[in-house]
Design a protein around this ligand. Sequence first.
Ligand code: NAD
Length: 257
Amino acid sequence: MERPAASLAGTVAWVTGSARGMGAAHALLLAERGADIVLQDVLKDEAAETAAAIAKLGRRVHVALADVSDVGAVKRVAAEAIAALGRIDILVNNAGIGQHKPVDEITEADYDRMMDIHVKGAFFCTQAVLPGMKERRWGKIVNISSIWGMTGAGINTASHYCGAKAALLGLTKAWAKELAPWNIHVNAVAPGGVLTEMPIKIQGWDKIREKEKRVPLGRWARPEEVSYAVAFLASHEADFITGQVLSPSGGETIVGI
Ligand code: NAD
């Protein structure tokens, strides 16, 4: 007997950084499963393109061009999205940037930008969705961390990125405990290498092909392979799962390798 994928019909999902890359893949899969989408990003053209693809699936989409690290803007995005789509049931804290620099070359501005987008952004987006989730006594928050938040970056140099992604794991566990009484589930997804513009631009294909050899499954992920983890955690199928870290990384974090 074929079992259909868990339906998200009737829900509204806010995916930050969803104009392109993994965020766009998450938004499209959640839409395919029935969710209406709040698409937030700073990239206007890419946002319009992804919004059109979501609309083609027959879902409503609210586009918000706003920086996640701007707390005032985030509050406006949430209020306007709720006015447009009625509610927010699912929040995917995905917006992110990458930067490779040795620790002694990271400037205060580099550090602040990294923390502001990944940590402060996720923090205040989460704060903005809580009133509705608490009222309805159900909500899903999925924080996009990275294996580097658990392992460090090895031969790479991106300690501010690793620190920001580790902070998201701490927030995931703290929020999971704090928000459990309202039946709000908070989990993290910690991908390994994923073939998006971010690593291709920063690391280049030669380095990526080299790194793929160290992954037990022998390759990096396609964005949608991470989206399946997000969609599962956003669904009723994961209603007894909270405070957990799911790592679609081809086995890269198996201890002992
Ligand atoms: P990407 O660069 O393709 O996409 C990131 C998106 O976030 C872009 O659309 C970008 O415009 C948006 N964004 C950046 N700063 C923003 C801001 N201040 N406000 C709003 N939107 C903003 O990168 P990606 O690979 O799809 O990354 C998505 C997430 O996955 C990030 O959090 C990243 O750290 C994480 N991640 C990526 C990899 C990988 O190998 N690609 C691995 C682990 C984790």
